[in-house]
Design a binder for this molecule. Sequence first.
Ligand code: SAM
Length: 221
Amino acid sequence: MSIWHQRWDENRIGFHRLETNPTLSDHWSKLSLPSNASVLVPLCGKSLDMHWLDQQGHTVVGIELVEKAVKQFFDDASMLTEEESKHSGNKYSAGKIHLYHADFFEVQPDETPFDAWYDRAALVALPSNIRPAYVEQLCQLTAANSKGLMVTFDYPQSEMQGPPFALPDTEVEQLFSEHFEVERVQWTDLTEEEQRELSRCSLSVFILTRKSFMSSNSGVQ
Ligand SMILES: C[S@@+](CC[C@H](N)C(=O)[O-])C[C@H]1O[C@@H](n2cnc3c(N)ncnc32)[C@H](O)[C@@H]1O
C-alpha cells in the first residue's frame, strides 16, 4: 500500500482545503484562457479548486491515485457520476468534471492534449528524483502554448520530512525552462504563519507557458 493510500485510509489529509485556494482565484485570469479550455489537474485529491475551475466554464480533468479521494470528491458535492473502465484505471464523470482514478505517470486521458493545467500540492508531493518524470508527463499531456498555474512551497529540506517536499524556485526553473516559459507571479514569506517549526518557509506561484518548439532530442513533442 502506498503512503497515499495509507493517508487517505487514516484520513490524514491535512493538505485538503475547505475553500477555493486564493492563489487560484487571484491568478487564474492571467492565463487568459477561453472559458471552454480543458484543464488538467494532476494529483488532484478531492480539491474544491476543481469546482471553481468548472464554474469558470472549463472542462476539468483530475488524476488521482486513491479511489477513496475520487469518490469523496463527488459524494461531498452530491454529484452523481458515470463510470468508465480505462486501461490505466477508472474514469468518473459528472458534467464537465472527469476524474481518473489512476497513476499520473501511467494515464493517457481521453481529453489529451490539454489547454491548461493547475498544480497545487502536486509537484511538491513528489520527491526531487521523480520530478523530471512529472514534467515529462506534463509535456506529453499538454498542447503547444498551453498554460499552467503552479503553487510551490519551499523550506530547508533538512528541517522536515516531506511530503510536502521543499521545492526551491531555482529547481522550478531547472525543471521547466527547457519546455516552458517560467514566470513567478507571487512570492510570500510564510515563516511566521506556518504552524510547523521551520526556520523559513515560503510559497511561490508560477505561470508556465508551454513553448511551441521542442528540441529534437527531448523525447517530447
Ligand atoms: C498533497 S495531495 C494534494 C491534493 C490536491 N492537489 C489538493 O490541493 O488538495 C497529493 C495527492 O496526490 C495523490 N497522488 C500521489 N501520487 C500520485 C500519482 N502518482 N498519481 C496520481 N495521484 C497521486 C495523493 O493520493 C494525494 O491525494
